[in-house]
Design a protein around this ligand. Structure first.
Ligand code: PMT
Length: 392
């Protein structure tokens, strides 16, 4: 990871040297920023020796501009440790008069704050308010320790120990395992309904959406059974078991056999609703006149799983619509006994079939729904899995 360690002026600044050493030992790149007053407590030379990168302590140094915007975009995480009451106040109110607070305002990465101050400063209303503002802006506040303070007073306000700061950042970035011990069935891709040995009726589904969901579920600790129609894709996560099928009937048989041993099903496949009533066992020859093919309904996998669903099981369905999107999706949600339905509309550019992106709404009932922006299918999968996790 690329970490910005921003140091402000507190006696706890000596701990930043240990923090830098721990991160560098763990293989991270550490760029140190210091306020002017931090330099009174620890020298840039000590820190640059440990981080193996020059320390930056001014917005403009020796006629060169240190680009706080670039720094803010470079980092995977920014950790302000120690964060003094003054630095907290400047961060909370957007005062960008030094390299630390200017970079903070430009940072798009998660920001962690390890406050350090004396007992009464820590409990002061002003500090409380600033911390609330920072929390509201998405900063993670690393709890202070209790003990003897530089003033000789005993109480809260000591900066967290370097090992604890390292752990907080690691826990934040560690993959979430909210679905550990859950078995989840996913359907993906199109189905092909044979007309004869060489022809079929199919659709444009690539399987990307369903495969992204399967990978994301596995990332969250689930054991995943992925039943996929014909696609070029391969699931790479070791916790994803892929079962390949071709037709709606084959998908139906596997899904109904597998569902009872699973905790949930996410049905992203674009299953054919109709198939040829007769399948010719030889190639159908071209005729002079038009060819009429009679179609019959395929089994509705989702609706059938809906009737099998037990109290501990959840089903998430999809609706791909071209018109009357919301009402069609709500009607499928109810008819198929889904816990929620993911609506994607062919009217939204970049949504639905084949593309790497999708734009979805998640609908719980006609009054409760969430509309999401256009995102790549990996991030869409994250949103869907997050909602499933909430159901548990
Ligand atoms: O594969 P991609 O290229 O990434 O595209 C993703 C997608 C557009 C295919 C996907 O996001 C999607 O919308 N999948 C469902 C498409 C669809 O067939 O929707 P539907 O409205 O016809 O079906 C409603 C639900 O019932 C779906 O969960 C579907 O899987 C299920 N169904 C439908 C018919 C059937 N016979 N059996 C089913 O289980």
């Amino acid at each position: 990871m690329k970490i910005i360690l921003a140091i402000s002026g507190s006696i706890a600044a000596y701990k930043s040297a240990f923090l830098t050493r721990l991160w560098v030992k763990n293989g991270h790149e550490v760029q140190i920023l210091m306020t002017d007053s931090a330099r009174q407590f620890i020298t840039p030379l000590t820190l640059s020796t440990l981080s193996k990168l020059p320390v930056i302590s001014e917005i403009i140094s020796e006629n060169a501009w240190n680009n706080h915007v670039e720094l803010g975009l470079w980092a995977d995480a920014m950790v302000v440790a120690p964060a003094t009451a003054t630095t907290l106040a400047k961060m909370a109110t957007g005062i960008a008069d030094n390299i630390v607070t200017a970079t903070y305002l430009s940072a798009r990465c998660p920001v962690f704050v390890a406050p350090a101050m004396d007992l009464d400063m820590w409990t002061h209303g002003s500090t409380r308010r600033n911390l609330d503002l920072l929390r509201g802006d998405g900063c993670m506040i690393i709890p202070v320790g209790h003990g003897e303070l530089a003033s000789g007073l005993v109480g809260n306000g000591r900066m967290a120990e370097p090992e604890d700061i390292v752990r907080c950042v690691e826990v934040f970035f560690a993959p979430k395992k909210d679905l550990l011990n859950k078995k989840i069935l996913v359907t993906a891709g199109p189905t092909y309904e044979a007309l004869d040995p060489v022809r079929f009726i199919g659709n444009r589904s690539s399987g990307k959406m369903g495969f992204a969901i399967a990978e994301e579920l596995a990332e969250c600790g689930a054991e995943v059974t992925l039943i996929s129609g014909p696609t070029k894709l391969t699931a790479t996560h070791p916790s994803v078991k892929t079962l390949k099928v071709e037709s709606a009937q084959q998908m139906f048989e596997l899904a109904t056999a597998e569902f009872p041993t699973h905790d949930a099903a996410i049905l992203a496949a674009a299953v054919a609703d109709y198939r040829p009533k007769e399948v010719s066992d030889v190639k159908i020859k071209k005729k002079e006149a038009n060819l009429t093919i009679e179609l019959e309904k395929t089994p509705d996998i989702a609706a059938h799983l809906g009737t099998m669903k037990q109290a501990h099981q959840r089903i998430v369905g999809f609706a791909l619509e071209t018109n009357d999107e919301f009402s069609n999706a709500v009607s499928k949600l109810k008819r198929k006994n889904f816990d929620f339905i993911v609506l994607n509309s062919m009217r939204d550019a970049g949504a639905g079939f084949n593309s790497d992106t999708n734009k979805i709404s998640i609908i719980f009932d006609e009054h409760t729904f969430k509309v999401f922006d256009l995102k790549n299918k990996g991030d869409v999968a994250k949103d869907i899995v997050e909602e499933l996790i909430k159901l548990y």
